[in-house]
Design a protein around this ligand. Sequence first.
Ligand SMILES: NC(=O)c1ccc[n+]([C@@H]2O[C@H](COP(=O)([O-])OP(=O)(O)OC[C@H]3O[C@@H](n4cnc5c(N)ncnc54)[C@H](OP(=O)(O)O)[C@@H]3O)[C@@H](O)[C@H]2O)c1
Length: 273
Amino acid sequence: MLGTDLRDELTSLGERVITLSRAELDVTDSRAVNAAIAEHKPSIIINCAAYTKVDLAEQEEALANAINGSSVELLADAANAVDALLVQVSTDFVFDGEQRTPYEVTDATNPLSAYGRSKFLGEVAAAHAHKHLIVRTSWLFGVHGPNFVEAIRNQIRKGTNPLRVVNDQHGRPTYTPHLASAIVRLARIANESDVARGVVHYADADACSWFDFARAIVEGSGIDVQPVSSDEFPRPAKRPAYSVLSTERYERLTGVKPASWREGLAEYLERRT
Ligand SMILES: NC(=O)c1ccc[n+]([C@@H]2O[C@H](COP(=O)([O-])OP(=O)(O)OC[C@H]3O[C@@H](n4cnc5c(N)ncnc54)[C@H](OP(=O)(O)O)[C@@H]3O)[C@@H](O)[C@H]2O)c1
């Protein structure tokens, strides 16, 4: 989902971009990673590959760790070999959600789920790259993959009315083309200057609950959305109740305010039929 939007963003900016699908490069294969990086000698490597099945990861933690953790070590070593900047995409799920003020890049991590732990391993591994940028983001939706917006629209297509959606988890939905622009902006700065490296948060404005997000998705459709608590939808992986990311460092580094998820949603609904 993110990788496709990043390719489009870079192409539209006239950057030379090489994209490798899973079939072309399995990031857990050290020889293949070294060969690909040695062949293309990129100045920037953006890792969009990930194990993203949050609930299944509870049963497949070793696989999640291999894809989200160990493979990032391979990428970090390969990046060092060609002096490239490694950009690793991470998640709000590295936090436990106990705070009630937005998470800063310096706040302590404490993942609640196997997926969150695997992504945290990826952050630690990415830091082995001499030049690295770790972009934490949250609640992604984009036209090239399954996501919450599509899940709600699928419920509408099935005729579910009313919809019942959790109102006790808060975060910042993020439209993947907005994230793609933010990553490119950050990577360009971080490639030039080490003060812009390390961990940065990017998420669209503003924070809301899944219930608020669902209401915006169904707006104008006549569908009723009812707020419920997470206890009514038990799932294998525990989610943080509050994972609002502060984008203060992003704004300071780039001088740009995050885009609005509501604008992203309007564009999404226009593009994805
Ligand atoms: N989605 C969210 O709400 C969210 C929120 C916060 C952070 N993130 C992070 O944002 C990033 C992008 O997420 P996304 O939603 O765009 O993910 P996605 O659509 O699931 O894309 C991940 C891609 O990685 C590929 N992949 C899996 N294992 C691989 C391997 N061993 N080698 C090479 N490629 C492999 C997948 O291929 P297959 O499809 O063939 O498996 C898929 O194309 C990830 O780092 C994710 O953790 C996502």
